[in-house]
Design a binder for this molecule. Structure first.
Ligand code: 13P
Length: 256
């Protein structure tokens, strides 16, 4: 089943707006729950109240990050053991964390393994910078990120593992990647995942595209043979837009 994920990032700034947004999404998304898995990733502080709205709807809840230890003296961090009761999913390795918080591939690998060991589904983000894209080194950068991020994973993790290909230059810029570039990179990702956990298991790993996805361009990605859905930032903050993305995805996969 395809996955459409809403990464709200550090939005909205108050709970009423968060609840309005999730209610708006839910009114449409629940009608497609049999064809598209939908997951909402609010900021930590709204997990509980957004989760209460989603309860029994079939729409999943996720956290935008987690730490690699389960408990201890790690000020400000939230562990997979804590999230387990609230969430089904967690995002790790988002480029904004790599960029603004100095997250390394090694940290991403530890977070991925810790979240999987707590039975959370993991969306691990990878993607090249504009400089890499311009220099023609996207493949090397992305395959190194995938290899390093999956260092502690095995075939048993495949059903709960998702890789989001998010070219950094496409995030929040309105410059969504050319579908041909996205396709080639996703094909590479699938191959590298196969090298890490075995080709059979790699087929179960879902691969998403992210980077300026909106209701008008989503179809060209979800139609790609190797694409299992989308990770949406800006457009997920508008209930109608995001609902339309879910609807388009449901239609495309309904015809497969
Ligand atoms: P935008 O959809 O705003 O480009 O963000 C993509 C993203 O970073 C999702 O994780």
């Amino acid at each position: 089943m395809p996955l459409v994920a809403a990464n709200w990032k550090m939005n909205p700034t108050n709970e009423d707006d968060a609840l309005d947004l999730v209610r708006g999404v839910l009114s449409v998304a629940r009608g497609h729950a049999d064809r598209v898995e939908v997951a909402i990733f609010p900021p930590f502080v709204w997990l509980s109240s957004v989760g209460a709205v989603l309860a029994e709807s079939g729409v999943k809840l996720g956290a935008q990050d987690t730490f690699w230890e389960m408990s201890g003296a790690y000020t400000g961090e939230v562990s997979p053991a804590m999230l387990k009761g609230w969430c089904q999913w967690v995002i790790v390795g988002h480029s904004e964390r790599r960029l603004y918080l100095g997250e390394t591939d090694e940290m991403v690998a530890k977070k991925t393994a810790a979240a999987l060991s707590s039975e959370l589904g993991v969306i691990m983000c990878v993607g090249e910078l504009a400089d890499h894209y311009d220099a023609g080194t996207s493949d090397q950068v992305v395959s190194a990120q995938v290899k390093a991020g999956l260092a502690n994973c095995s075939a048993d993790d495949s059903a709960r593992l998702v890789i989001a290909y998010e070219p950094v230059w496409a995030i929040g810029t309105g410059k969504n990647a050319d579908p041909e570039h996205a396709y080639k990179t996703m094909r590479l990702i699938r191959r590298v995942v196969g090298e890490m956990i075995g080709a059979g298991a790699a087929r179960k790993v879902r691969i998403l595209y992210g980077g300026s996805v909106n209701s008008k361009n989503v179809q060209q990605y979800v139609e790609l043979p190797l694409c299992d859905g989308a990770l949406v930032g800006g457009a997920s903050l508008n209930a109608e837009d995001f609902a339309q993305i879910v609807k388009v995805t449901a239609e495309v996969y309904g015809h497969r």
